[in-house]
Ligand binder design. Structure first.
Ligand code: AHR
Length: 314
């Protein structure tokens, strides 16, 4: 009889340890705070939807905060989660790179691990577990390389800048400029922020078309598809043909950009995958399991010039 009881106890303990290990493997049963920048672009909305769906699939209790592009709101949300005392980890998509040291130190002191996703922070990497993101510099290089080959290295360019101070904008600019610097006839003649927002991209392009000689503009490099689509509207309203009179290359590979490619108004885009939730939740689970993680978990993206090429890869 005693052996039977002992066997039952062992079985119960084994089932508990298996379920605990499983929870640690996928994140199931964890409470995780996700501080999202906002909903400024179609890509950001897709990213949010993908993370929420992944959390639901894994049985993670996700606390979601949309900061409406305000760093103050992001920091307040993180502090509220730390005060709750029952949050196992935090995932942060930082709107800009600076200003995170204090809140990341507070999270570390509270023993709540933080995983950075999408954009980057300039804080000491010891303050967060890892970063899941694309290589923004590479995205800028890809866009520039495509434009060089499309114009034989001779093009005056308008740059529609993303959010100033964000890693996505700063690093895409850096990569783009590195490549065009190799070609004496490739020149950015005007660079202005549209803050990754479609309506702002249109307004900035309208202003540039009224201040610059449109015949002098060979191409637009937009830091995201939403601003590129805004620029298309402005170029059309100016009586020009986008994609022909003025070439357009951007980043994100959102569904609308392939409608524009079908219409010939946008020429190329560099894909930014919205599926970073899975790797981020895996990183949380691995960290809580005591595993060491790399400082950066990269997410790849290719340049596409047609819907067919994109569909062949997805
Ligand atoms: O951080 C990634 C950028 O942020 C995307 O390219 C853009 O659409 C979003 O606003």
């Amino acid at each position: 009889m005693r052996i039977a009881k002992l066997g039952l106890i062992v079985l119960v303990l084994l089932s508990f340890s298996v379920s605990f290990a499983n929870a640690q493997g996928t994140g199931e049963g964890l409470t995780i705070g996700f501080s999202q920048i906002g909903s400024e672009s179609a890509w950001r909305t897709s990213f949010t939807e993908a993370v929420l769906a992944e959390a639901k699939e894994r049985g993670i209790n996700l606390l979601f905060s949309d900061a409406q592009q305000s760093q103050e709101n992001q920091i307040a949300a993180i502090r509220a989660w730390l005060a709750q005392g029952d949050v196992d980890a935090i995932i942060l998509a930082p709107v800009i790179a600076t200003g995170w040291d204090d809140v990341l130190k507070e999270a570390a002191d509270a023993g709540v691990p933080v995983v950075i996703v999408d954009r980057n922070v300039d804080s000491d990497p010891s303050l967060f577990v890892t970063r899941v993101s694309s290589d923004f510099v590479h995205e800028g290089r890809l866009a520039a390389a495509w434009l060089v080959q499309a114009t034989s290295g001779d093009c005056k360019i308008v740059e529609l800048y993303g959010t100033v101070g964000s890693a996505a904008a700063e690093d895409r600019h850096k990569g783009f400029m590195e490549v065009i610097a190799l070609f004496s006839k490739m020149q950015v003649i005007h660079s202005e922020t549209g803050n990754f927002v479609r309506t702002e991209g249109k307004a900035v392009m309208q202003s540039i078309l009224s201040s610059e000689d449109p015949a002098n503009i060979c191409a637009v490099f937009a830091h995201n598809d939403d601003m590129a689509i805004g620029a298309v509207e402005a170029i059309k309203e100016a009586g020009l043909t986008p994609g022909k009179d003025i070439l357009i290359v951007s980043v994100d590979a959102i569904p609308d950009v392939f409608d524009a490619m079908d219409a010939g108004t946008i020429n190329a885009t560099v894909e930014l995958s919205p599926f970073m939730g899975g790797p981020a939740f895996d990183a949380v689970a691995a960290h809580l399991n005591g595993e060491k993680l790399p400082a950066w978990i990269p997410v790849a993206g290719k340049l596409y010039t047609s819907r067919a090429a994109y569909d062949a890869d997805h």
